[in-house]
Every structure is written in C-alpha cells, then in structure tokens.
Write a protein of this length. Structure first.
Length: 210
C-alpha cells in the first residue's frame, strides 16, 4: 500500500509539472505572436503607406470644367445689355468660395494654385492604391467645406504627378503639405484625426488675422 501511495504521489507531481511547463510554453508563444503582430510603439505612429514612384507617368483622367453656354442675347434689349455691361465693369464679380478640393493635374497648376496664389493652402498628396489615403479623403473634403474662402484645399495624385513628390522628398503617403505664401510651413505625414489639421490651420489663420 505504501508503495502504491508513493507511486501515485510521484505521478501527480509529474502531471502538475507537465501542466505548469505547458502553460509557460503557451504564454511564451502567445507573447512572441503578440510582439510580431503588434510591435511596440505601433499605435503611436499614424497609418501610412510607403510611396514608390510609378515606372511610367499615367495620363490623367480628371474631368475638366466645361464653361457654361453663352447667354442668349436675342431676348434682351440693348438698353438692358448696356446696363448690365456697365455694372459688370464697375464691380467685377467676386471669386466664389471653393467648397470642394481642387485637383492639381500639372506642375503648372501646382505652381499657379499653390505656390503663386498666396495665402494658406493645404495640399493632400495621395494615391489610389494607398488605403490610409482613401480613409483620409472624407476629412479633406470636410476641411474644404469648413475653410471655403479662407484656405485653398488641393489634392495631388502622386501616381499621376510624381514630380511633386520628388520636389518635396515624399517617402510616405498620405502627406499633407501646409503652404503659406508659397512656402511649405508644415508636413503632416500619415493618417491623422481632423482636429490636428484644424489646429494647424486655425493657428495660421489667427497669425494672418483672418
């Protein structure tokens, strides 16, 4: 009986030891998997996609603005035409506030609307093959509506216009350029909340007294 009791006690000790070692092994394997899937500091970095310049520049397919048809002058008397003409000469029409982002298609457009226009401009450098860029798109549209008439909001597809990415040394997208009076004053790389862009724009507008 004593021998059987000792044998059972020894077997229980072996079973407990094996269970403990198995538990430790599972914890070690789980920890290693967690480190591989979620490296330290990953949450603090904005989501971004490494930018690789396309092999060939694709042709742009943006729809260009079609000018409205000329008004039918046959139904307007000459005195009224003269009145309208004088009023137009005395007070030229104000430039309407842009409610949607302006798509930049060429380097000439970029220089005209971003560098030479003056004021404050937000430029979204994006790509259609960049998931974070697609997530950020509604935020850019919201900023265009919020700051209509105060900030020029532009979008540049770096796949179609890689010269802009080369000019500013862009290595990841989305990248937001904040331009003031033709000079880049801030880079915001990666997917960020709208509040961060609002804070930067509000500070620049306050400095400009707008």
């Amino acid at each position: 009986m004593v021998k059987k009791w000792k044998t059972r006690k020894k077997n229980r000790r072996k079973t407990a030891l094996i269970a403990t070692l198995s538990g430790l092994g599972i914890l070690v394997v789980s920890g290693a998997i967690a480190v591989l899937m979620f490296p330290p500091g990953a949450e603090s970095q904005p989501q971004q996609t490494p930018y690789r310049e396309p092999e060939t520049e694709a042709a742009t397919d943006f729809a260009r603005d079609v000018p409205p048809p000329a008004p039918d002058k046959s139904s307007t008397s000459k005195p009224l035409q003269e009145t309208f003409r004088r009023k137009a000469e005395e007070a030229p029409p104000a430039k309407p506030a842009r409610q949607t982002p302006l798509h930049i298609e060429t380097m000439r457009d970029f220089d005209t609307h971003v560098l030479d226009a003056g004021g404050i401009c937000l430029v979204d450098l994006f790509s259609n093959r960049c998931p974070p860029c697609q997530v950020l798109a509604p935020t850019i549209s919201s900023l265009a509506r919020k700051y209509a008439g105060k900030v020029t909001v532009c979008k540049v597809n770096v796949d179609y216009l890689p010269a802009v990415a080369r000019r500013y040394g862009i290595r990841a997208i989305p990248t937001i350029l904040i331009v003031k009076d033709g000079k880049v004053v801030n880079y915001l790389v990666g997917l960020r909340p709208e509040a961060q862009y609002v804070a930067v724009l509000d500070r620049l507008l306050a400095e400009a007294g707008r």
